[in-house]
Design a binder for this molecule. Structure first.
Ligand SMILES: Cc1ncc(COP(=O)(O)O)c(C=O)c1O
Length: 476
């Protein structure tokens, strides 16, 4: 019978092995002399995510390429039959002799991306998965188990809400209590000592943009012997939940981290012991459910992580500018960067300096009809952005959350979570110029106003012009 792999040493999941000795990128495992000995310790102290990413070991290609090679193999050969036995016995592995068995277990390229993710989030280890949902479901199944209980925020991404309210109760007997996580007394009252295994929140909630008080929630969870799991999809780089007390950080890598709207991926960042338990041959959710990331996808993503901090800065700068101007026009705007957002100071205090308040904002248009008309003009008349779910793309993406990404929630739960029918969620992009985009927004908004007889003529003419331009734009 196959044995569980021996734990992968934490240091091997955090620091990266490199092929060159003299480039100053550091060396782990004690090799390489005095300077190398200093580097890993210095790296672990980096608290700025961009600095931590840059300090993680740079993986070079097989032939000295500046980019790492892609290890495309599903399976790995050994020179001697006994080596296979030792691999399965856990005597050899990624950290012991740089040896691999099979890519659903560990793959060198996927593991290298995991090291970058661990550096980004300041965790001991990270493992990358095929989607955000597979990361979330695997972690919850691993940590909670049959009959266990979860205290969850009542405002979560619709898929996560459905997982906790429907799927896990049906398949695993897991139960969840949804609470206002801003209300410490309510969280404490919901926790069941001995049964609650996880407190689950999003750093910035989808779509209402409430900011979780991570240090408080970590305290409450830990006092009850539970783990705090935080979905940091909306705020990579901006907030580092593990540095604030979270035990596990999960991501939909499909969003800001990818940045391209062309990849579905996820990540689990946390202690090496968690990753190792999830890769256990007999008991591990990742090993046995198998939501493996393809090595070619891992390579693509590893090329995008280095410019994630720059992208987040520009997403934040544009979102703050738009939110401020929209509010100035009298619109009901929700953006944590606005001083009147109830959690503005909290995000300011929890956030890493210099990355702003994120790229997500919401405009509440009151009714679904007005929300739809605004989005129609923003996409089809003025080309401000695209009607699409998801986020983190260079173009602005917008959707009416109540009838899309939160439609899994029953109407009464949506109302309790503060998701009004006219709420338009925007992931603010950074292509084009800020002024060009703002002019497009203003033009679309003007088309929403009830026309006065004189203005009507002008607006129809302008709309016709814009529609013709849009048509032309689509053809090219
Ligand atoms: C906050 C949040 N978490 C998780 C997910 C699920 O991620 P994925 O689509 O990569 O499975 C989403 C998807 O929209 C999300 O918005």
């Amino acid at each position: 019978m196959a044995q569980a792999m021996a734990p992968v040493a934490a240091s091997d999941l955090v620091t990266l092995k490199r092929p060159f000795q003299s480039d100053g990128f550091g060396e782990e495992n004690g090799g390489g002399g005095g300077i190398a000995d200093e580097k890993p310790r210095a790296r672990r102290r980096e608290s700025d995510p961009a600095a931590a990413l840059a300090a993680a070991r740079h993986e070079f290609g097989e032939h000295g390429g500046v980019n790492m090679s892609i290890e495309a193999s599903a399976t790995f050969t050994v020179m001697e039959p006994d080596t296979m036995r030792r691999l399965f016995a856990g005597e050899l592995g990624p950290d012991r002799g740089d040896m691999y068995i099979y890519s659903r277990h560990f793959n060198p390229t996927v593991l290298a991306l995991g090291r970058q993710m661990a550096a980004l989030e300041g965790t001991e280890a990270a493992y990358c998965t095929a989607s955000g949902m597979s990361a979330i479901s695997s972690v919850l199944m691993q940590l909670v188990g049959a009959g266990g209980h979860v205290v969850a925020s009542r405002c979560l991404y619709g898929g996560t809400h459905a997982l906790l309210s429907r799927f896990l109760p049906r398949t695993s007997g897991v139960t969840a209590t949804f609470v206002d996580v801003d209300d410490e007394a309510a969280v404490r009252a919901a926790v069941r000592p001995g049964q609650t295994r996880v407190v689950y929140v999003e750093t910035v909630s989808n779509p209402t943009l409430a900011v979780a008080d991570i240090p408080m929630l970590a305290r409450v969870a830990h006092e009850a012997g539970a783990k705090l799991v935080v979905d940091n999809t909306f705020t990579p780089v901006i907030v580092s939940p593990a540095r604030l007390g979270a035990d596990v950080v999960v991501h939909s890598v499909s969003k800001f981290i990818s940045g391209g709207a062309d990849i579905i991926a996820g990540a689990i960042c946390g202690p090496a012991s968690l990753v190792n338990s999830m890769m256990d041959l007999m008991e591990g959710a990742l090993m046995l459910l198998g939501p493996t990331m393809n090595a070619k996808v891992a390579f693509e993503l590893s090329e995008r992580l280095p410019h994630l901090p720059l992208r987040m800065q520009e997403h934040s700068r544009r979102a703050l500018a738009f939110a401020t101007r929209m509010q100035g026009l009298g619109l009901r705007v929700v953006y944590p960067g606005l001083p009147d957002h109830p959690h503005h100071a909290r995000l300011g205090a929890m956030g890493n300096q210099g990355y702003g308040f994120g790229g997500m904002l919401c405009v509440d248009m009151g009714t679904e009809d007005r929300a739809n008309r605004l989005m129609h003009h923003l996409q089809n008349t003025t080309q401000f952005g695209l009607m699409a779910v998801s986020l983190g793309y260079y173009e602005t993406l917008m959707s009416c959350s109540g009838n899309s990404t939160s439609s899994e929630m029953p109407p009464e739960d949506r109302a309790r979570a503060g998701i009004s029918p006219g709420l338009v969620r925007m992931s603010v992009g950074y292509n084009g110029t800020l002024e060009q985009r703002w002019a497009q927004f203003e033009r679309a908004l003007a088309l929403m106003q009830p026309p006065t007889p004189q203005a009507h003529h002008l607006k129809v003419a302008a709309a016709d012009r814009d529609a013709a331009a849009a048509d032309n734009h689509r053809k090219h």
